[in-house]
Design a protein around this ligand. Sequence first.
Ligand SMILES: Cc1cc2nc3c(=O)[nH]c(=O)nc-3n(C[C@H](O)[C@H](O)[C@H](O)COP(=O)(O)OP(=O)(O)OC[C@H]3O[C@@H](n4cnc5c(N)ncnc54)[C@H](O)[C@@H]3O)c2cc1C
Length: 472
Amino acid sequence: MPSGSEPRSLVVLGAGLSGLAAAWRLSEIYRERVVVIEKNSYVGGLAASVSRLGRQFDLGSHRIHHSIAPEMLALIRELCGGELQERMREGLILVDGRFIRYPPRPADLLRGLGLGKCALYTAGMIAARMRKLFVGKDAESFESYILSNLGRPLYTSFYEPYARKLWGVSPHILSDESAKKRIRRVIVTELKRLGDTKRDWRYFYPAKGIGAIAEGLKYRIMQNGGRIVLDADVTKLETHAGQEVSAVHFRTKSGTESIKIENLISTIPPDALSHLLDAEKPADISFGLRWRALRILFLETRDAIERRPETYYVSSPDYLAGRISEIAKYSPNLNPEDGWKAFTIEIPCTQDDEIWRMDEQQLAMRCAKELAEFGIIRSTFSEPPHCASMVLDHVYPFYAVGWQEQYAAVCAYFSSFSNLYRIGRTALFLHCNLDHSIAMGLKLGTWLTQSNRNRDDWLRDENQFRDYYVRE
Ligand SMILES: Cc1cc2nc3c(=O)[nH]c(=O)nc-3n(C[C@H](O)[C@H](O)[C@H](O)COP(=O)(O)OP(=O)(O)OC[C@H]3O[C@@H](n4cnc5c(N)ncnc54)[C@H](O)[C@@H]3O)c2cc1C
């Protein structure tokens, strides 16, 4: 570390849940030496609540799953000031052109799909399992994983269109990681649900919106004397001898600032981090990992049809909407009844593609038509819907076949900086839930306060985070 008497800071890049959780732990010991630097005007990252159309929305459907660890649930409850509601899931999913209950119970599957389809899917699954037992070939792609675990009928009817919609490509390009992360545990969970303990049919949700968790963390950091800088444009991460990060330079509305660094915690995407580091980068490493983005449409209408579901899942690529949610059903405290109903529509896309750039009104009209087709709103409007939208890049890591080698090279480069740590979904190119992000932050924050720490242990832990699976 370069010499100098001025105390150095523990700088966290990104005020998402992982960064805030780490900063909270660190601020308990290091107080005002902890600085969080965030590019947005709000905290929470992907799990923020934002204000649009005079209402509060989450950035897509967010809930706290019932299966999270009890200690984590207690912590989240505390962060939300005790205001955590337990609610019943009332979702619908579009399968084979019909909406069935999600998560489905056996009777819903039978009623929705019919005996013939259920028998076909079950036979396909058994045949796939038998083939796997005898041929025993390892899956490499999303396609081969589903075919060898669930069979062709389910692949063709559901998973192939689902993958094309979510990832925008044919499933044979995707690595089996995407299936394992998102689907393997879903299957296990669904099977458990069929034997139902009622537990997984419920979820928790903060009365004041999902952003209440980040707000709770922000409050605690500031109480401890830590600093959170919003709307910041980080211009450079200065390095010393190519081995450590020595300072961060950034701009805000009030001017430019530089802070000397003791430890840097990055929760930002690897490509953004590599751009900021002023050290030389090996020419053979490509930091541009692929991501899928999300366009989020907030739509407010007077023409909603009163229905029970809070969420609709649409995996067919024939529609723009991927998931539609009605936030007032997640928490009745949000957006009280005034004749208008507000929906959040998640539309998977790729940065700069047609959907990403589509005119907001045009997007709203196309989505409104889809909502009318699904029976969520009337097809003739008493008044045009109001809308607002935003784009989120770096939302879903895109695990193309062979992604591991590229990612390993990226990690090796970053770990050559002795005081640089990376945590969180976005920094680690990880598909995980919000409680995982909080857990990573708390773990690193706690670890960095220990005097007898060994960096190799941490790098091993960082690798273990890859075992997180996604709860839906
Ligand atoms: C649509 C959607 C729905 C979800 N639903 C659920 C759910 O129901 N339940 C659940 O448990 N999980 C859910 N998740 C997952 C959960 O939101 C994430 O796991 C979690 O919020 C990630 O937090 P993070 O801190 O790891 O990453 P992020 O939230 O991505 O935090 C990274 C932060 O870094 C900031 N940043 C980026 N670049 C820079 C820069 N150059 N300078 C400064 N700051 C920068 C970003 O603005 C952001 O604030 C969902 C995710 C999505 C996208």
